[in-house]
Design a protein around this ligand. Structure first.
Ligand SMILES: NC(=O)c1ccc[n+]([C@@H]2O[C@H](COP(=O)([O-])OP(=O)(O)OC[C@H]3O[C@@H](n4cnc5c(N)ncnc54)[C@H](OP(=O)(O)O)[C@@H]3O)[C@@H](O)[C@H]2O)c1
Length: 231
């Protein structure tokens, strides 16, 4: 049986991914932050395995490693993410950058480190980092985000996550573990941008289709809207 680990699985894209991977027969390993999120998730997905932990806490990596001690994972989806609406130098604060860096970059690192043994148990396993078009330095240098209202902290943390994706791809290649970055589209979720137009269900369906056809290559950076993105 195939298995997938999804962080931030209680709402938005993470929930849609959990529903669709479950419908496709995957065994679910889900990370959420609260007991009430776990209770709600289990009402809908009673066979899921759920770990309650904030991905930014010091104990997370060790807890995850213990939780997965005899598990094999085909896919990890680093979906948990945060953003703060502060798009100007005046409105942004160091604390926003710290928070987003902790969630969108260090949380991803901790997840991969905590789950590495489980990933190594499967051949050609896959780490999907849910990135953003706003993490592309090339696109930002071409003014793609100018005037968009997207915050300093979100853009900087997703660019850092993209570099982490490339570091991991280099490091894990010899273990036959692929690492990719995916922009999921402009989603109609709590985090929605002003130009959001895609349901999380459609985004999850597109990502599942890509996983099923096994075409994702390590170092891919792909928008589920528009195709390949420049790093
Ligand atoms: N929405 C978009 O248009 C868009 C575009 C590009 C990329 N993305 C990316 O897509 C991913 C999913 O976003 P979404 O739109 O579904 O947003 P969302 O509805 O706000 O969901 C965010 C999820 O992340 C979880 N989370 C946040 N911080 C966490 C932490 N420290 N530890 C554990 N879980 C944490 C949240 O849990 P709680 O419920 O406990 O807060 C929630 O489940 C994010 O990485 C986001 O950056 C979204």
């Amino acid at each position: 049986m195939n298995s997938v680990l999804i962080t931030g699985a209680n709402r938005g894209l993470g929930l849609a991914l959990a529903q669709q991977f479950s419908a496709c027969g995957y065994k679910l390993y889900l990370v959420v932050r609260t007991e009430s999120s776990k209770i709600d998730l289990l009402k809908e997905l009673p066979d899921a395995n759920v770990l309650i932990c904030d991905v930014t806490t010091n104990k997370y990596e060790v807890l995850l490693n213990e939780w997965l001690s005899d598990i094999s994972l085909d896919v990890i989806i680093n979906n948990a993410g945060s953003g703060t609406k502060a798009p100007t130098l005046e409105s942004t604060k160091s604390e926003f950058l710290r928070k987003e860096f902790e969630t969108n970059c260090i949380g991803v690192l901790a997840t991969v480190k905590g789950a590495l043994v489980a990933l190594k148990r499967k051949h050609n396993s896959l780490v999907i980092n849910i990135s953003s078009r706003r993490g592309s330095l090339t696109m930002q240098s071409e003014l793609a985000a100018k005037g968009s209202g997207c915050s300093y902290s979100y853009r900087i943390s997703k660019a850092a996550q993209n570099m982490l994706t490339l570091c991991l791809a280099d490091d894990l290649e010899d273990l036959n573990i692929r690492v990719v970055a995916i922009h999921p589209g402009r989603l109609l979720t709590k985090m929605a941008s002003t130009d959001a137009d895609m349901t999380p269900e459609l985004s999850a369906k597109k990502l599942l289709a890509m996983v099923k056809c096994n075409k994702l290559k390590t170092r891919d950076y792909i928008s589920l809207d528009t195709g390949e993105l420049p790093w």
